[in-house]
Design a protein around this ligand. Structure first.
Ligand code: NIG
Ligand code: FE
Length: 409
């Protein structure tokens, strides 16, 4: 049953926008006084509202009575949203002079969260994840990736993936799970032995729940020479790869390109040479401003990555350690100001370019044959959204054509 929705003062469609490189305002393919025709969850047509209403034998019209800007539903392509406990003590320790890596090396940090996730019941983890998803949904996120990685043994890694799978059935938004068994080495294991254990005993079972695998490529976690054979093994098992790369030490981004990873994420320490390597590759560069805010570190060289030609996505990295903030739009408004990103570049990074990082080709643009995942902000000017740095929230949200939230009534 066809439905026409509108008019929207402005609609950012990204109809023909390039996957890679810098973008300007005209690249957003904005339609003014726009309408969208939707059938069975998919977009049939986008154009001036008056034309759509005039020309169609339509079954229904949803009339938007006040000024709104419509953009594609947000895609958060890198999060760790399943966790238990709080790392507030780490935040305070770091602000008193300890580094993230020192806390990890002393057996805390990620390993504390691993302990608490191990103690938590599945129900408890599901409830906490559910609450975070509802919050994210109100911020406009309609597709989100979520990693395991706080289990670090077969039982608890699979428990985390099951939590994601089961909550996915309870919510309207899409959850995309990623296996991050290679987050850090658990206590009592040698790193090589742990990676062998993951490959032989955990990954084949994880594969039944996800085809995505991640590794924390870092001196304190898994350096390049250990991560590479593990990731090649994962590729052989049929996993798509994504890497935590170049957060503190270097070499991860080059490894990501070399092994054909879908994305290289973090990139705070990426060298000039590797920025250009990413720019000429098909690997999506994912920057995580929430981790820079949580750790008090410089942002990833986002402007330089775009100028080098990269497909640039922005994600929240929402996790209890490095990135507790979780507000993707607020982070985008801040990153845009620091890195001098246009609205076209910023919004692309949380819509169709983030979809590319997840290998999804059915969402992220408002164009025919795309899913109607969309969010409307109560404003007449798209520039208000990033300018207000997360304080202007969408008040109408659609997921696969269904009205998820309508705050206008
Ligand atoms: O993306 N750096 C590694 N992993 C996460 C942090 C996880 C944690 O500190 O709990 C990140 O920043
Ligand atoms: Fe992360």
């Amino acid at each position: 049953m066809k439905q026409i929705i509108g008019p929207f003062t402005q609609m950012i469609t990204f109809r023909h926008t390039a996957l890679k490189g810098p973008l300007k305002a005209s690249d957003m393919y904005i339609v003014e006084n726009a309408g969208v025709c939707v059938d069975s969850g998919f977009i049939v047509e986008v154009g001036p509202f008056e034309d759509l209403v005039k020309n169609k034998a339509i079954s229904s019209v949803m009339e938007i009575s006040s000024s709104h800007v419509l953009i594609p539903g947000l895609i958060d392509c890198h999060t760790h949203m399943v966790w238990a406990g709080s790392r507030a003590a780490d935040f305070e320790r770091r602000n008193s002079g300890l580094s993230y890596q020192e806390i990890l090396a002393s057996g805390g940090g990620i390993l504390d969260t691993v302990k608490w996730v191990g103690q938590a019941t599945k129900e408890d983890l599901k409830n906490q994840l559910h609450q975070r998803i509802i919050r994210h949904q109100f911020d406009g996120v309609t597709t989100q990736e979520i990693k395991s990685g706080y289990g670090l043994d077969a039982q608890n890694e699979l428990k985390m993936l099951e939590v994601i799978q089961e909550v996915n059935r309870q919510v309207e938004v899409d959850l995309i799970p990623t296996f991050l068994g290679a987050h850090v080495c658990p206590k009592g294991y040698e790193r090589v032995a742990y990676l062998d254990y993951l490959l032989s005993e955990v990954a084949p079972k994880a594969k039944l729940m996800t085809n995505r695998a991640d590794a924390f490529v870092e001196a304190e976690a898994f350096p390049v020479h250990l991560a590479q054979p593990y990731l090649m093994g994962m590729k052989k098992l049929g996993f798509d790869l994504t890497l935590h790369a170049d957060q503190f030490s270097r070499g991860g981004a080059a490894l990501a390109v070399q092994i054909g990873a879908k994305s290289a994420d973090h990139l705070e320490s990426t060298t000039f040479k590797d920025i250009h390597l990413l720019g000429t590759s098909n690997t999506v560069a994912v920057v995580l401003p929430g981790a820079s805010l949580g750790l008090g570190m410089a942002f990833a060289p986002t402007r330089a990555l775009l100028d080098a030609g990269a497909c640039l996505a922005i994600a929240s990295d929402w996790n209890p350690g490095s990135a507790p903030n979780g507000d993707l739009l607020a982070q985008c408004g801040i990153l845009a100001a620091y890195e001098k990103l246009t609205a076209a570049e910023t919004f692309s990074g949380i819509t169709f370019r983030a979809a590319q990082a997840l290998g999804l080709t059915d969402r992220g643009r408002l164009a025919p044959n795309y899913l109607f995942d969309a969010i409307a902000f109560p404003t007449h000017d798209y520039r208000e959204i990033l300018y207000q740095q997360g304080t202007l929230k969408p008040d109408i949200i659609w997921k696969k054509g269904d009205l998820l939230i309508d705050g206008t009534t």
